[in-house]
Design a binder for this molecule. Structure first.
Ligand SMILES: COc1cc(/C=C/C(=O)SCCNC(=O)CCNC(=O)[C@H](O)C(C)(C)COP(=O)(O)OP(=O)(O)OC[C@H]2O[C@@H](n3cnc4c(N)ncnc43)[C@H](O)[C@@H]2OP(=O)(O)O)ccc1O
Length: 478
């Protein structure tokens, strides 16, 4: 969906500072925080219908209260040594403030997001204030825009520096902000938030004990162009597919009784295989699947859920394209499970040490599908006191694949898969995603959402789920 019109900014954005004094210090960032590929912000977009919209003043005041506990987000990223271009980052906790912009966009309604596919479109970027910064370090780690809509609803967009927070930490912060708004003037201080990252310090000397295929370049066979270069040379098309709980069950049971697996394992393997089938690389080409794995409970001692830095590493499943396709759904699932299982305390510490030795190391993205699971982080439950959002998702669509919780009522445990693929492969990707039992299924078995930017959803088949899904979306606003 393309958003028409321009945002009206009636005042300059303001810096929101913590409402009480906060520690002034330099916060150490771990090697998991300070990775080159995390030097961007996680951009969430929330759409609240009129009944759930909250006044911007109340959101701003609540943000000031939430920043008391989450004070690093009001600070600024700095190099630890100004003279060293490769210097490690730290957070100068100086309470300079988070940037808060207020806008009005009368040409847009909350319903617009629910009628189409809600796939990110480049016009959506106007919903987040663009900071005109001279350098990466001048950008506040937290930028917020509240856009009031013509229908009385609101869009809330946040850009949270990935160097400070992972998905879980950013969800915890959003919940704290929402609780502060819902509680109005009552204090909601949460002393459990853990900012100290020293538990993830590297060993001295560093001991890299694993090969860490997620950081090595194994893509391509030398004789074939890499998938990535093919990908980058073609325009990308966002694809959004919703898998209901029953679709996920079918994927899981497709692997059993020989293999028991989780919904994530079944879906990740399925999407990876569909991606490879649609791109059609040579069978000998090595393909990878990288996916973020929360390591809080895998460390010894464990880190609490309230750990507010990056505590994820990338799990890596790998095979030749031919092997992956031939091994059927259980083959892919087994690889995903092995990639999960090997991540323990030793593995994470080895990764931290590798990043100590190879500062600037980047994940190998050649011939690689990257999945980031935003399910089960509670992102869809954020409630600023008047009700949940009618839509939640990323502001932009990348080649990274995001697994999103389904916000619409009636789809508990459903997962929306959002990914951009080369335009020429999009239809084939959707087709392979719809094959839930490795046999051609009727297309309606997956909620295929293939509007091609003309705003018209083309329903594939007449499975009742589809009808309910569409009405479900309208019902939210009724
Ligand atoms: C490379 O370039 C990148 C990458 C990035 C990436 C950034 C980020 O990703 S930020 C991080 C956001 N996401 C995460 O951190 C993922 C968090 N989740 C996990 O770590 C999961 O463990 C998993 C790795 C995704 C695997 O999940 P799963 O196989 O489901 O295993 P379990 O979680 O153990 O669940 C198994 C089972 O337990 C039950 N269960 C678990 N949680 C719940 C719950 N909340 N409610 C109810 N039940 C639960 C359930 O029965 C599960 O089984 P099912 O079969 O029912 O699913 C950025 C930028 C780049 O450039």
């Amino acid at each position: 969906m393309e958003i028409p019109g321009e945002c009206e900014y009636r005042s300059e954005p303001v810096l929101v500072t913590p409402s009480q004094p906060t520690p002034r210090c330099s916060l150490y960032l771990s090697n998991l925080d300070d990775q080159r590929f995390l030097r961007f912000s996680i951009k969430y977009l929330y759409v609240f219908p009129a009944v759930a919209a909250v006044a911007a003043d109340a959101l701003r005041a609540a943000l000031a209260r939430a920043l008391v506990d989450y004070y690093p987000l009001a600070g600024r990223l700095r190099p630890s040594d100004d003279d060293d271009a490769g210097a490690k980052l730290l957070v100068d906790c100086n309470a300079e403030g988070a940037l808060f912009a207020e806008a009005f966009l009368p040409s847009l309604t909350a319903g617009d997001f629910l009628q189409g596919s809600a796939k990110p479109h480049k016009s959506w970027r106007k919903l987040l204030y663009r900071v005109d910064a001279s350098s990466f370090f001048a950008v506040p780690p937290l930028v917020v825009q509240v856009t009031r809509l013509g229908c009385g609803g609101m869009v809330l967009c946040t850009a949270i520096s990935h160097c400070l927070c992972d998905g879980i930490a950013s969800a915890n912060f959003l919940h704290a902000w929402a609780r502060a708004a819902a509680a109005a003037h009552t204090s909601v201080a949460d002393a459990t938030v853990l900012h100290d990252r020293r538990a993830l310090r590297p060993r001295c000397p560093p001991r890299v004990a694993f090969t860490h295929p997620e950081y090595t370049s194994g893509g391509g066979t030398g004789t074939h162009p890499s998938l990535l270069s093919q990908l980058l040379s073609q325009p990308l098309a966002p694809v959004s597919l919703t898998f209901t709980a029953s679709h996920l069950l079918r994927l899981k049971t497709g692997c059993s009784p020989s293999l028991r697996c989780t919904s994530f394992e079944a879906l990740a393997a399925h999407v990876w295989r569909a991606w490879v089938l649609s791109l059609g690389p040579p069978p000998a080409m090595r393909v990878k699947l990288l996916f973020s794995v929360n390591v809080r409970r895998r460390l010894k001692p464990e880190l609490p859920w309230s750990y507010s830095g990056n505590a994820f590493v990338l799990g890596c499943a790998e095979a030749t394209a031919g092997e992956l396709v031939a091994s059927g759904s259980s083959g892919g699932v087994r690889l995903v499970q092995e990639a999960k299982e090997c991540i323990d305390d030793d593995y994470v510490r080895s990764m931290v040490d590798l990043l100590e030795e190879r500062r600037g190391a980047k994940p190998d993205l050649a011939a690689t599908l990257v999945i980031s699971a935003w399910t089960r982080l509670g992102l869809e439950d954020i409630d600023f006191g008047k009700g949940r959002a009618a839509h939640m998702g990323p502001l932009t669509s990348e080649i990274y694949c995001v697994f999103l919780p389904v916000v619409a009522d009636g789809y508990p445990d459903g997962v929306t898969v959002l990914v951009s693929v080369p335009q020429a492969a999009a239809e084939s990707f959707e087709h392979h995603c719809c094959l839930l039992d490795e046999e051609p299924a009727t297309p309606a078995m997956a909620l295929v959402d293939n509007d091609h930017d003309d705003g018209n959803k083309k329903l594939q088949g007449s499975h009742p789920d589809l009808v309910v899904h569409q009405h479900g979306r309208h019902d939210i606003l009724a």
